[in-house]
Design a binder for this molecule. Structure first.
Ligand code: FE2
Length: 196
């Protein structure tokens, strides 16, 4: 294993331990946030092939899926100026900024069911971590803060997020189901060297 993948291996091990403990979402996220902040505080471990943007669409590469689908870790790679539609997750998620910057605008339905932006967009810079969940606010639209370079964030979700049935929304509040899948055919091998 590349010595730099050790940071991801440690994060995966800690997350596995934490999701195995019976606990509410709030203390789980409180414990995971500093661990993800630590992981994204060094931009020296993400394999280059899992950091490649696509000219047309943002990419979501699977880095690790828990065998029991209790969580997954992905690299989310933005090409210049790329953005998501308004979408939800249906499970908890933490977004840690690794490289570049992104803007996350929360939305919520008004009395008529139309989606309205809620406050200012969160501006994530390297080392920052943001949380989403049905409990905290689960609907947002995210975009690369830069129109001239790639940005990358590392996400951890409380499910195998690529296989979760969730929703994309129009501003009138109508929604369509979607399953994101993953962009990669392989995941990094965390296991082929002894732990240093
Ligand atoms: Fe999202």
């Amino acid at each position: 294993m590349s010595s730099t993948l050790q940071a991801l291996r440690e994060f995966v091990a800690l997350t596995t331990e934490l999701v195995g403990r019976p606990q509410e979402e709030a203390p789980l996220l409180a414990a995971l946030k500093p661990a993800l902040a630590r992981l994204v505080s060094h931009d020296d471990w993400l394999p280059e092939s899992l950091a490649q943007p696509d000219p047309q669409h943002y990419r979501q590469y699977l880095l690790h899926a828990d065998a029991l689908q209790r969580f997954s870790v992905v690299s989310f790679v933005w090409g210049p100026g790329q953005a998501t539609p308004i979408h939800d997750h249906t499970v908890w998620g933490l977004i840690g900024m690794l490289r570049g910057e992104e803007l996350s605008q929360p939305y919520a339905p008004d009395a008529t069911g139309r989606l309205r932006p809620q406050g200012q967009a969160a501006h994530l810079r390297p080392g920052d971590v943001e949380a989403v969940s049905p409990r905290l606010g689960d609907i947002h639209r995210v975009r690369n803060a830069f129109s001239d370079r790639t940005s990358i964030s590392i996400h951890v979700y409380g499910a195998n997020i690529g296989a979760v049935q969730r929703w994309v929304y129009a501003e009138d509040g109508s929604r369509k189901p979607f399953v994101s899948g993953y962009s990669n055919d392989w995941v990094p091998n965390l296991w082929h060297r002894p732990t240093p």
